[in-house]
Design a protein around this ligand. Structure first.
Ligand SMILES: [Zn+2]
Length: 308
């Protein structure tokens, strides 16, 4: 399976306060591990992507969202967006690079350069709503990638699968009225951010998991909720919000998964991509805050994407 590993040096431009868990060291840990394992030598794409264009951004976020974030950007120090999320002078540079990398991965996959891509970039994006930066997220990169696949490549059905420990509320909000995009999210519940209330349309699939959920219950829930909806929707491209904070060692999450569960869910996603999507998968790093667990999990995820 031709698989590309994409990274971007501008991921390091977004730095919140010391000891904030969403730090550049996450990407360093991931890339070090992928280098040590030999995966980077085989898969690393040589050229960093261009920053996301305003046109791609505008398919998800209105101009006022960007204007507000630009206005909030300080010349030095940090400006708060919410209780846990801060804008630094380099934040939007990093966020544009992350979304641009997602766009480049869609172009690579739908342009036929490779079947699969993993984007080792930050900040994450799945909490960012149409008009709201929150939860360490500024631009919803996975949503920008999905809209590019739909609007530029003319795809009719895309699935976004999200196994981060936190609900991908931004992605669900963005596509709530766009049934071309199936959004399946497993997450700890009750837990941050609890933004989705009331009945959901059929293409927004919620898989809440109680604190302490382990492998077997996680796997049963995914098989119960994701497999039938994927079978019905038959996505032409699968996008993955690959957060690894449901790992049992994660300091923010309260689930009890292991890296073997991430291999399992990646294999399940790969099987669906094989059946419906001509093997096409674009995965984006979301959460994951224990550096050792994150590196372990990304290694098995990328190896499984590459079919190793
Ligand atoms: Zn998370």
């Amino acid at each position: 399976m031709r698989t590309a590993l994409l990274q971007h040096p501008d991921s390091a431009c977004h730095v919140m306060q010391p000891r904030h868990p969403e730090a550049p060291s996450r990407i360093e840990a991931v890339l070090e591990r992928l280098q040590a394992s030999g995966l980077a030598a085989d898969l690393l794409h040589p050229d960093p992507a261009a920053p996301v264009s305003n046109e791609d951004l505008a398919r998800v976020h209105p101009a006022e969202h960007l204007a507000l974030l630009e206005r909030l950007t300080p010349e030095s120090g940090l400006a708060p967006v919410d209780a846990d999320t801060f804008i630094a002078p380099g934040t939007l540079t990093a966020a544009r690079a992350a979304a641009g990398t997602a766009v480049a991965a869609v172009d690579g996959v739908l342009g036929g350069d490779y079947e699969r891509a993993f984007c080792a970039v930050r900040p994450p994006g799945h909490h960012a709503e149409t008009r709201l930066a929150m939860g360490f997220c500024f631009f919803n990169s996975i949503a920008i990638a999905a809209r590019r696949a739909l609007e530029v490549y003319g795809l009719e059905r895309v699935a976004i699968l999200d196994f981060d420990v936190h609900h991908g509320n931004g992605t669900a909000e963005i596509f709530r009225d766009d049934p071309r995009v199936l959004v399946c999210s497993s997450f700890q519940h009750p837990f941050y951010p609890e933004r989705m209330k009331g009945p959901m349309p059929a293409h927004i699939v919620l898989t809440p998991l109680a604190a302490g959920t382990r492998s077997s219950a996680f796997r049963q829930a995914i098989e119960r909720d994701w497999i039938p909806t994927l079978e019905t929707q038959r996505p032409q491209l699968i996008l993955v919000s690959a957060g690894f904070d449901a790992h049992r060692d994660d300091p923010l999450g309260g689930l009890a998964l292991t890296s073997d569960d991430f291999r399992w869910v990646t294999d399940l996603i790969a099987a669906a991509a094989h059946d419906y999507a001509e093997d096409r998968i674009v995965a984006l790093l979301e959460g994951g805050y224990d550096l050792e667990a994150l590196a372990d999990s990304v290694e098995v995820h990328v190896a499984a994407l590459a079919g190793r």
